[in-house]
Design a protein around this ligand. Structure first.
Ligand code: PMT
Length: 275
């Protein structure tokens, strides 16, 4: 109705945040914009509004999430079990603290959080690398929760590979190490990596944090079925650049995301206080 549209316009001009309407089936039997938003979406809007005065207000933050898919042929890929839950929880929490959040995501089945500044959908490690590196100029914090494939088929077959042999060998090559590449041009950015380990967790983490020039490495034991890939829960160890470490209890990924951002916020304020 023109009167409703006019009133909405007036409210927008007065700075009121309008949430919705959602598209879908309406009580009138028609399909279109007119539905109340789902509760999760409403919470997303509320979180965005409340976040405006949060401790990450004005900070541009890149979060990567999900696994990458490296093509073998047009219908098959090399991938991993990442659901994107950890990275999406981080992106939503960062929005809720006022961050301008750019979420760069591999293929996942969960909805993107409300209030993102940008959502970039990628498939391969090479695409994720380009998406991250091309945005680095404007970014103050990078959090790399994505499970990037370490290896990809040397050459993707152009046609579907036939199953007329009893075995098949794939020659693999390394993908670009995005975290190491960012570490090499890091300057004043806060760089947070994840480490998905099954053995010698701390030993490997202390080596990685130095090699890749990170401020914080979040280590999770992906051999445990009750945390890590796909689970709603995680238990992590933070390893800092000076080699010290700190363990969290097993918590929801949404709670772990909040603790990670607490650490990021204190790294930012420590950096700001530096002569
Ligand atoms: O998505 P979920 O189901 O919620 O699961 C969450 C998770 C287990 C995927 C997440 O908590 C996690 O551990 N993410 C990192 C997984 C990983 O790739 O770990 P890694 O140890 O192989 O890599 C170390 C770091 O280097 C990561 O920050 C990764 O993003 C980065 N990397 C890896 C390879 C590569 N070619 N480029 C990279 O930048």
């Amino acid at each position: 109705n023109p009167a409703t549209q006019e009133n909405l316009q007036k409210l927008r001009q007065r700075g009121v945040h309008i949430a919705g309407p959602a598209l879908g089936h309406l009580a009138s039997g028609q399909v279109g914009p007119g539905r109340l938003l789902e509760p999760a979406e409403l919470i997303g809007h509320i979180r965005t509004i409340l976040g405006r005065t949060g401790d990450l207000a004005g900070k541009t933050i890149v979060v990567t999430a999900g696994g990458t898919q490296e093509p073998i042929d047009p219908v098959r890929v090399v991938t991993n079990l990442s659901s994107g839950k950890m990275g999406y929880a981080l992106a939503a929490a960062a929005v809720g603290r006022g961050g301008r959040v750019i979420l760069i995501s591999g293929p996942v089945t969960i909805p993107a959080p409300i209030g993102l500044s940008q959502y970039v959908s990628v498939s391969t490690a090479a695409e994720m690398r380009d998406a991250v590196m091309s945005r680095l100029g404007e970014v103050e914090v990078v959090i790399k929760a994505a499970a990037v494939a370490d290896f990809r088929p040397q050459k993707a077959a152009r046609g579907k590979i036939k199953k007329d042999t009893t075995s098949l060998s794939l020659a693999l090559e390394r993908t670009p190490d995005i975290l190491a590449e960012i570490g090499a041009v890091k300057e004043d950015r806060i760089l947070v990596g994840f480490a998905a380990e099954t053995d010698n967790l701390l030993e490997n983490a202390r080596r990685k944090i130095k090699e890749k020039n990170l401020d914080l490495l979040v280590v999770n034991d992906v051999g445990r079925p009750d945390i890590g890939f796909h689970s709603d829960y995680n238990q992590v160890t933070f390893v800092y650049a000076d080699g010290t470490s700190e363990e969290t209890p097993r918590l929801l990924k949404t709670e772990i995301a909040g603790i990670i951002l607490d650490r990021v916020a204190s790294l930012i304020s420590r950096r700001r206080g530096r002569p």
